[in-house]
Design a protein around this ligand. Structure first.
Ligand code: TEU
Ligand code: CA
Length: 551
């Protein structure tokens, strides 16, 4: 195809990662909950899509207070999902299809049902006591006023030891004390054990929150954070060819360069949320809705592209299991669902970084708008109670939940038009989105103009044209209120990505040079008018020669 293939030294730089939320992906034994055998039965679908790795949300043993982000045994599989043999099978079966398995490591906290915590609360002199973060106090007099992410105070009283333990998330997720070297060693041993089992890497849950100092009210980016990360990397990650991705809500570009230092001293890449947090009210919570400031979105993406070029590595994502569906959020899940879902895919996949596809995103799955009794997420349920008690109107609260609940991402995967969308022959743990007859994998695989095929093509292009992986980013038209456009340049090769972010027809403000530029991909088919952009239109042009940027 003209352009010289350039090999990249790290496999994960040209990879596309697919996130599976196991309980909502595929149920093999009719109990209504997705499981590992279910995933294995769908590996051919993922191979067909063309992805390189699966980020698997937690499958370890857990009381499921926070759907597995509360782990009670890091070296066993929750019976709800299967057993260790199933996991080994999954690793092997995925491997046959050149797909690696990325485990979700939850190292900031464990479950309160973990053996360590059960021991820790027996007495102050128990060897495990110091694995957690304790403060003295009297019952009813909290060490300070810090709050937990899922509501209520961050401190919980334990009468046996007459102390409070610290928890940044639910009461059933006590924070681990990384200051303790024995705890750190246990973690490294556990990580190495999974590496021995053949996993391809790790996603590190809230990794910027492990080095907490609650007396100074420090949760993320604590003073010892990078020291701990470098030790973890040295003692475990660097021993194999892994991809490691750190979830960091508190990262800016400077911190990101440390996390994803090209020398490999910490992690492969950062998973940060600056773009995701733009549509909430300043200084308020995600539930306090606000329109997306489009120019700001361009500024944020542009800054991350520039700052990390050659100095770090970013994740590219719109969705995960904590976020509402992007087509409902910044696209149009009505009239232009297909066009806008494809536009958002093109906009993201043209940039530098490792793209993540969250299950169902490749189908343009939408938010759900259920009554409160259909919601399952601890964060949503706590928020509902909390806001009603504070005097918010019920309609108001439900509007926030419909827009932002994590359960929007957790409704079952829509496979086909059969009962329960082909997810389960039992009663699904959470209601299936009723639009599954219109939106499902089966119909989109058969339709070559579907959203699924757009994602498949974007993955293929990334493999074929090194400019997607290595090209230098240049934002075009930063002040344009409707168009998101940029170039990527690698030597003489160049991509031009042009996206109409809204549902109106636009005069395209600069002409597309005809030769030798070719339209690689567009969401309105092949022949296009060089001067007009249709609603949510997106195009990727490729040329081995230079494109002139507009004046
Ligand atoms: O999420 C981190 C986190 O900060 C989110 O809980 C966030 O506060 C919330 O989703 C925004 O509304 C990670 C996991 O991705 C999440 O599923 C877990 O609940 C959380 O950590 C605790 O382990
Ligand atoms: Ca099951």
């Amino acid at each position: 195809m003209g352009e010289q293939k350039k090999s990249t030294e790290k496999w994960w730089k040209s990879a596309v990662i697919y996130q599976i939320y196991p309980r909502s992906f595929a149920d093999s034994n009719k109990d209504g909950i997705g499981d590992i055998q279910g995933i294995i039965s769908r590996l051919d679908y993922l191979a067909h899509l063309g992805i390189d790795a699966i980020w698997l949300s937690p499958v370890c043993r857990s009381p499921q207070d926070d759907n597995g982000y509360d782990i009670s045994d890091y070296q066993d599989i929750d019976p709800m999902f299967g057993n260790l043999e199933d996991m080994e099978n999954l690793i092997r079966e995925a491997g046959k299809r050149h797909i690696r398995i990325i485990m979700d490591l939850v190292l900031n906290h464990s479950s309160d049902e973990h053996f360590w915590f059960q021991e820790a609360k027996k007495g102050r002199d128990n060897p495990y006591h110091d694995y957690y973060v304790w403060r003295d106090g009297r019952e009813g007099v909290l060490p300070n006023d810090m709050k937990a992410a899922f509501g209520g105070p961050a401190w919980q009283w334990v009468p046996e030891v007459e102390q409070y333990y610290f928890h940044q998330f639910s009461v059933k997720q006590p924070d681990l004390n990384w200051e303790n070297p024995r705890l750190r060693q246990e973690i490294y041993d556990m990580v190495n054990w999974w590496v021995q089992k053949g996993v391809g890497g790790f996603r590190l849950d809230v990794i910027d929150q492990i080095a907490k100092e609650p007396d100074k009210k420090i949760t993320n980016n604590g003073p010892r954070l990078h020291e701990f990360l470098r030790e973890l990397s040295r003692e475990a990650f660097q021993k194999a060819d892994l991809v490691t991705v750190g979830e960091a809500w508190g990262a800016d570009t400077e911190l990101a360069k440390l996390y994803s230092n090209p020398d490999g001293s910490e992690m492969s890449m950062v998973f940060q949320f600056e773009h995701i947090c733009l549509d909430q009210q300043e200084g308020k919570e995600k539930w306090d809705l606000s329109p997306l400031p489009f120019l700001k979105l361009k500024e944020v993406f542009g800054r991350w592209q520039k700052e990390l070029y050659g100095r770090g590595w970013n994740s590219l994502f719109w969705n995960n299991h904590d976020l509402p569906r992007i087509v409902s959020r910044w696209g149009d899940d009505g009239k232009y669902r297909e066009e806008s879902a494809k536009m958002l895919a093109v906009l993201l996949h043209g940039m530098q970084g490792t793209p993540y596809i969250y299950q169902g995103e490749e189908l343009g799955m939408t938010n759900a708008a259920y009554g409160i009794e259909e919601y399952r997420d601890i964060e949503t349920l706590n928020l509902y109670q909390e806001r009603l008690e504070k005097g918010y109107g019920k309609e108001d609260v439900m509007a926030s939940i419909h827009a932002r609940s994590r359960d929007n991402a957790r409704t079952p995967m829509q496979w086909d038009e059969s009962q329960n969308a082909g997810f389960s022959e039992g009663v699904p743990w959470i209601r299936v989105n009723p639009n599954y007859r219109q939106i499902n994998a089966k119909s989109q695989i058969e339709d070559e103009n579907s959203i699924f095929h757009c994602y498949k093509e974007l993955i293929r292009l990334r493999k074929e044209y090194p400019v997607f992986v290595e090209g230098d980013f240049q934002m075009l038209l930063p002040e344009d209120e409707n168009i998101f456009a940029y170039t990527r340049t690698l030597g003489d090769a160049q991509l031009l990505v042009v996206c109409n972010f809204y549902g109106k027809t636009l005069d395209y403000p600069f002409p597309v040079p005809k030769e030798p530029m070719q339209l690689l991909l567009g969401n309105y088919g092949g022949e296009r008018d060089g001067m007009v952009l249709a609603p949510y239109e997106a195009r990727i042009y490729f040329t081995p020669g230079k494109v002139k940027a507009p004046a």
